[in-house]
Design a protein around this ligand. Structure first.
Ligand code: ADP
Ligand code: ADP
Ligand code: ZN
Length: 216
């Protein structure tokens, strides 16, 4: 099974992908995470994308497509969850090719439908465990014990530099202008399943599970 989680920044893609990875053994392929890793390692790609990411603009199609291709090769036969990719029509077309070359196909494009104003609150409250990467939110998903990661017990957390209100607005504009237009591309193929992304994390999870379990 290969699925895309599609939605604006803060829609809950990463949260749901991490859950599917834990409960179904699928593999989360997040281009955002790959790009942040490239930055952290100081690689030439990391250097190249730094300013673009900090401004909330989209990195070139060629870079993200190459990253996804590499990861697909190391997950032959895995159930892939595309998180934050594709983000343009060109990337959607490139993904078709990457999958076809490997004898794979898309099963579902799950659209997380959310209210834009809520996204700013979600993103400005987002933080992750610095050690294991578990995702939290100041109000909606706090740690059980204040300051301690539920998963690994670490007391160190981090926030993304691009998770500020101004950059979020640019990221939402990028979504509207370049990413939302890929919905009709997949609608024409009958692949889009809409999920209410404003529901609680568990309710969104249940809606996604129902879609995956209904698959032949
Ligand atoms: P995305 O990967 O789409 O950018 P995330 O999964 O990182 O979004 O979610 C953004 C923030 O909102 C995180 O802090 C997360 O804990 C929180 N969040 C995710 N899903 C929900 C939800 N259904 N209701 C409330 N908060 C949520
Ligand atoms: P979010 O969780 O808010 O959806 P991501 O972590 O997916 O954000 O992406 C963070 C940043 O990385 C984006 O603002 C963009 O600069 C870059 N990026 C990630 N994925 C892509 C992609 N598929 N195409 C272009 N740029 C990307
Ligand atoms: Zn942790």
């Amino acid at each position: 099974m290969n699925i895309i989680l599609l939605g604006p920044p803060g829609a809950g893609k990463g949260t749901q992908a991490a859950r599917l990875q834990a409960t179904r053994g699928m593999i989360q392929l997040s281009t955002g995470d790959m790009l942040r890793e490239a930055r952290a390692s100081g690689s030439p790609i990391g250097e190249k994308v730094k300013a673009i990411m900090d401004a909330g603009e989209l990195v070139s199609d060629a870079i993200v497509t190459a990253l996804i291709g590499e990861r697909l090769d190391s997950c032959a036969g895995c159930g892939a969850i595309f998180d934050g990719f594709p983000r343009t029509i060109a990337q959607a077309e490139a993904l078709d090719l990457l999958l076809a070359e490997r004898g794979r196909h898309l099963d579902h494009v799950i659209e997380l439908v959310v209210d834009e104003e809520a996204l700013v609150t979600r993103i400005t409250g987002r933080f992750t465990c610095a050690k294991c990467g578990a995702g939290y939110h100041d109000s909606f998903r706090p740690t059980k014990v204040a300051g301690v990661c539920d998963v690994c017990g670490s007391t160190e957390f981090k926030r993304r530099p691009d998770d500020n209100e101004q950059t979020v607005r640019t990221r939402m504009e990028e979504y509207r202008a370049k990413t939302a237009p890929i919905l009709p591309f997949y609608q024409a193929r009958g692949l889009v399943r809409r999920v209410d992304g404003m529901a609680s994390v568990d309710e969104v999870a249940a809606q996604i599970d129902a879609i995956l379990d209904a698959s032949p």
